[in-house]
Ligand binder design. Sequence first.
Ligand SMILES: Cc1cc2nc3c(=O)[nH]c(=O)nc-3n(C[C@H](O)[C@H](O)[C@H](O)COP(=O)(O)O)c2cc1C
Length: 274
Amino acid sequence: MADTQGLLQARFGIDMPGADVPDAVAPLVDRRVTRRYTEQDVPDALLNGLLAAAQSAPAKSDLQQFSVVVMRDKPRIKQVADWIGTMDWIATAPVFLVWCGDMRRGQRLCQMHGMKHANNNLDTLLNTAVDCSLAMGQFIAAAELIGLGTCPISYVRNHIERVSPLLGLPDGVYPVAGLAVGWPVFRRPVSMRLPPSVVVHRERYDDSTLADAVGAYDERRRARDPIAPGSLKNNDVYPPREGVGWSENAARQLSVPERFGFGAYLRTKGFDLA
Ligand SMILES: Cc1cc2nc3c(=O)[nH]c(=O)nc-3n(C[C@H](O)[C@H](O)[C@H](O)COP(=O)(O)O)c2cc1C
């Protein structure tokens, strides 16, 4: 039997007597990111099985609008790690997957049937990103179930002009995230999440208690895992100091534009984003 309250304490830092975690679901609640991998390989047959699980995720209108590029060549994985610069452990992963939204396949299907693709728009960007994210999520869950570790890497989009040609991504195909995959050297502690009262709304959206709930969450996280001043977001913009909580650190990140050239890039790749 899963230790439901132990799992939920680790995940949320609060008692949750009204929640029950079935045994089969326990590994999902216990999931954590992995940022260091052993040299042990991930056999092709196993990887293919996990990719089959990923392709089994739901897909909007059954259109299946994502692609994934499997990287196993060490120098090429290291090249991506070097471009990113601050995540050297990526190069320790035996497998690096690049999950892509894919509008091109639909365009080709239209072409094959003598029709014009009339959806190079924002809705398709969202649909492709959602299909891709669901597949990546299902891959992550499947990988964790058999003891593999993973880490999504949105930073591939910080170097999209270099990553896209490296992978030969054509117009209509864009990276959503990389995913380092390998056997964990160690398991990190569980990362504490916002209380469900903030995220789960009953019948109607209601964030009237947000400030108080987030204040208490900041305190719980600070007590368990304080943020070192050197690890704070955007230290070059805001002076680093002790005692900064999760919410202030999030605000430090969200108040500075990130990847603001992404829309312009997508327009060069065939999305009109209308
Ligand atoms: C879309 C996405 C992109 C991410 N990009 C990065 C990244 O570029 N580098 C990194 O180290 N972690 C990245 N992460 C991992 C998160 O930092 C991590 O999931 C978060 O800190 C919570 O930790 P946990 O997964 O252990 O619960 C990403 C996660 C997601 C879902």
